[in-house]
Design a protein around this ligand. Structure first.
Ligand SMILES: *[C@@H]1O[C@H](CO)[C@@H](O)[C@H](O)[C@H]1NC(C)=O
Ligand SMILES: CC(=O)N[C@H]1CO[C@H](CO)[C@@H](O)[C@@H]1O
Length: 285
């Protein structure tokens, strides 16, 4: 059996009991380490599981799926995914390859930012399409997410923005020389994401993510020191949310009274929050 197991958001203890049983029954355990990053290191996982954990980087999962799936028709193999297995990427490739070989696949879910973002007090039913925001470079500033944010905004819906994570980045020189030397990981902060959104808005001028658009920044969701703060995008651009991982929600204009109440509770500045709510937002009761 190939188990694809969600690890939840914060640490080694977020795995479900079912997931833990599967790991303990497995001959080999892989940890997918490219779409997101758990807040604990591999050693803590290994101690907790009592098993060696092999970190599978993008290269490993795609080019070495043979190794991952080896004998999985006879023994159990676990493939661990931070968050929920179907949170952001779907691991379709691995599942299809397993099916081709007649290997049964079982998915064991756990929390992902896609549902944990409910901690902001915004109702999951009122979210539209999720977007990803990548680090802008001098000559690469992709902003196609703007259309999706605008579509959501047009319906009054919230937008969850997943923020870029760069792990195992190589300099062009190291890449060209084929050297497996990697740059330190980089995680996009709420404030950088807000700055980029404001820059895109300045060019597009559709009003979907303007300075006064309300937003909620979240950091380290699911861990003991999670932080949730609400304010305008302009305030987000200046606010330090501390250590990674961060995500950002743009608040839709159709807001339930209870959602607004939690925004106020998390406000960076209550007075400006109330002014914007009163002027730009329609509150449903
Ligand atoms: C492999 O997983 C299956 C399904 O959960 C379980 O029935 C079986 O006992 C496991 N194999 C071992 C060796 O633990
Ligand atoms: C959403 C979800 O299923 N979360 C679970 C992840 O695993 C831990 C540990 O078993 C549970 O407590 C969570 O409820």
């Amino acid at each position: 059996m190939l188990f694809i197991i969600g690890l939840g958001l914060a640490d080694e203890r977020d795995i479900t009991v079912k997931g833990l049983d599967a790991v303990r029954s497995s001959e080999r355990v892989y940890l997918e380490a490219y779409t997101s990053v758990l807040m604990v290191d591999k050693q803590r996982l290994e101690e907790f599981y009592g098993k060696e954990v092999v970190v599978a980087h993008r290269e490993t999962v795609e080019s070495e799926s043979d190794e991952i799936l080896k004998d999985a028709d006879k023994v159990n193999v676990s493939f661990l995914v931070v968050g929920d297995p179907y949170g952001a990427t779907t691991h379709t490739d691995l599942v299809l390859r397993a099916r081709e070989r007649g290997i049964p696949v079982q998915t064991i879910h756990n929390a992902s930012i896609m549902n944990a973002v409910g901690a902001t007090g915004l109702q999951l039913y009122n979210f539209g399409q999720t977007v990803s925001i990548v680090f802008f470079t001098d000559n690469w500033r992709p902003d196609s997410f703007y259309e999706r944010i605008a579509e959501n905004a047009g319906l009054g819906l919230h937008t969850l923005c997943l923020l870029d994570i760069k792990v195992r980045e190589q300099t062009i020189e190291n890449l060209m020389r084929g050297r497996q030397v990697f740059e330190p990981p980089r995680y996009m902060s709420v404030s950088l994401a807000a700055q980029q959104l404001l820059e895109v808005e300045a060019g597009r001028k559709g009003g979907a993510c303007a300075e006064d658009t309300l937003a909620v920044g979240v950091a380290r969701v699911g861990s003991g020191d999670q932080l949730i703060r609400a304010g305008t995008l302009k305030q987000m651009a200046d606010y330090d949310f501390g250590k990674p991982l961060h995500s950002l929600v743009l608040v839709g204009h159709r807001l339930h009274q209870l959602e607004a109440e939690l925004l106020r509770e998390n406000a960076i500045d209550l007075e400006s929050m109330n002014a914007v709510l009163k002027r730009d937002y329609r509150l449903d009761h």
